[in-house]
Ligand binder design. Sequence first.
Ligand SMILES: [Zn+2]
Ligand SMILES: [Zn+2]
Length: 347
Amino acid sequence: MRGLAKTSRSQGAMELVDRERPEPEPDEALIEVDYAGLCGSDAGIYEFESAFERMELPTVIGHEYSGRVVEVGDAVTKFAVGDRVVERPIRGCGDCYQCEIGESNVCQNSVITGVDHDGAYEPYVAVPEDALHAVPDGVEQQHAAMVEPTSIATRAVIQNSRVRAGTRVLVEGPGPIGLLTAQVARAQGGEVVVSGVGQDADYRLPLAEELGFETVNVADDDLDAVRDELTDGIGYDVVFDTTGHPSGLPSAVDEVRKGGQIVLIGQTGETSMPYSPLVRSEIDLQCSYASKYEDFENALRLIDTGDVDAETFIDDRFSLLEADEAFETFIEGGTCKPVFDVSALRN
Ligand SMILES: [Zn+2]
Ligand SMILES: [Zn+2]
């Protein structure tokens, strides 16, 4: 079978490679992959940012996907052939201190599908049944491919933020995680504004508006003036920084109200700033990383109810057979959540 792999330690370098169809271990199910999304971290692998130097190459990438069980190992009890499933691709070791106390998202030895072993940009993957979730009947198979990024947002908002009915929220960054965070924050009762920069003007900010959010383009609009107008000069109760950009945190400090909360989700930003304003305003600075079992279940339910609008959100214009186009468009901000039809690799 064919898989799309990262093949060398340079920019781009994605090629179709030949792979044997995997044999499931006793505790594993063999999954036939239907749809797989393109994530910011996949774009990071494409550009080969420093976070991915540990990868052994070639590795088939892709970690957010939906599929069907086509074979099960002898010890599998919870899933059967024909079940529709998604995988939790960041997995704890089960043995370290954090795993023992229920914090598997910050496991000391976690492994990630599509980074540490072959991922879902290929027709079949073998997955431990512990890492699988059943897809509810009401959720379409293509929509289920975005459960994993949605779970990052359900963790950030439901577990790690103070957002509740009436909370005034700013989400910095209209990328995939930003627009999913905005939707979950709205489902939680928040009044949500989304901000972006110049390169977001063509696709991502209009998508945010299509999803029903008020937007601010910081290249054209005065973010502070919008804040003062929308919050009576008080500032937002909660600011999510999903940008991963050096300006994200300092800007969040400007926009959050005294006594409010900043939730950091985006990564790779590096900044220096005075922190006295944070202390004197008693800002709650909270981080959110990866997701756990319950965050996946919440994500599946919010897609099922339509609170997370998968239909509007997914961009199905791209093919794994010409994946460079999807990666380049993503990096330029010309798309937000490409989802590939993986059956293109079966022929
Ligand atoms: Zn992802
Ligand atoms: Zn662990």
